[in-house]
Design a protein. Structure first.
Length: 239
């Protein structure tokens, strides 16, 4: 994997991140942190720009996630469980991602991007649930940006020591997830408070209903019957 990235640079980062998001278990920690170290010139090979590594990682994540989403939506859960094992997708991994999605809804796509195992398979249950493509892409991109940026910057800062951290990255993973959870919760609470504080338009009281006039008096035979006169609305009949 490192050989591919050092030789093909951005293209390798894009393809590998696409594969990881398309349910192929390739650790994104290794991909992005090695790309960051490569951008710092700490390892032999090409010397891509850090921003280029980051953009390639985000684009690959989004593209691979859409592939998984489409497979989940159009193939269905039964087909994935039947044929997934042929490409290394295990049922308990699907169950874990599905339970996470059912528990947290659409926000699971955002938060799940930084949770091990969940991030690889979260697109499938989103497809199972017919999550709209636009909403899915928005949350996927929003969750991918901090994750890929943190990994690439960490690799750039660590340089030749990137591999020591990449092999045991679960701690920082949950820190990033915690930051995202707090951020999302703050946005939701702020919106709910804004809606609760919004003034409601007063309802004008209804006026009294108009009363019908006196019954028409019949005239001599052969005369036309007089028509009742309409009383203006809002006036009362005094006796």
């Amino acid at each position: 994997m490192q050989h591919l990235i050092s030789q093909y640079g951005y293209l390798a980062v894009f393809v590998l991140m696409l594969a990881e998001s398309a349910c192929i278990p390739i650790p994104s920690e290794v991909i992005m942190m090695f790309g960051g170290a490569l951008a710092a010139g700490a390892v032999a090979g090409a010397h891509p720009l850090l921003i280029g590594v980051f953009v390639a990682g985000v684009l690959g994540t989004v593209a691979g996630s859409y592939i998984s989403w489409a497979v989940g939506r159009y193939a269905g859960q039964a087909a994935i469980r039947r044929w997934g094992r042929r490409v290394g997708i295990r049922e308990h991994e699907i169950d874990k991602a599905t339970a996470w999605f059912e528990r947290h809804g659409t926000v699971a796509v955002l938060i799940g991007r930084v949770i091990p195992v969940i991030r690889t398979f979260i697109s499938l249950p989103a497809g199972f649930a017919d999550m709209p493509a636009g909403t899915f892409g928005f949350y996927t991109t929003l969750g991918s940006v901090p994750w890929t940026a943190a990994l690439a910057i960490a690799g750039y800062a660590l340089g030749a020591n990137w591999e020591q951290v990449a092999n045991d990255f679960h701690g920082p993973t949950y820190v990033i997830a915690g930051v995202l959870v707090v951020g999302v919760a703050a946005v939701i609470i702020r919106r709910r408070r804004a809606r609760a504080a919004a003034p409601t338009a007063p309802v004008a009281p209804a006026g009294p209903a108009p009363q019908a006039g006196p019954p028409a008096q019949a005239g001599p035979p052969g005369w036309p019957a007089p028509q009742p006169q309409a009383r203006p609305a809002g006036q009362y009949q005094y006796r």
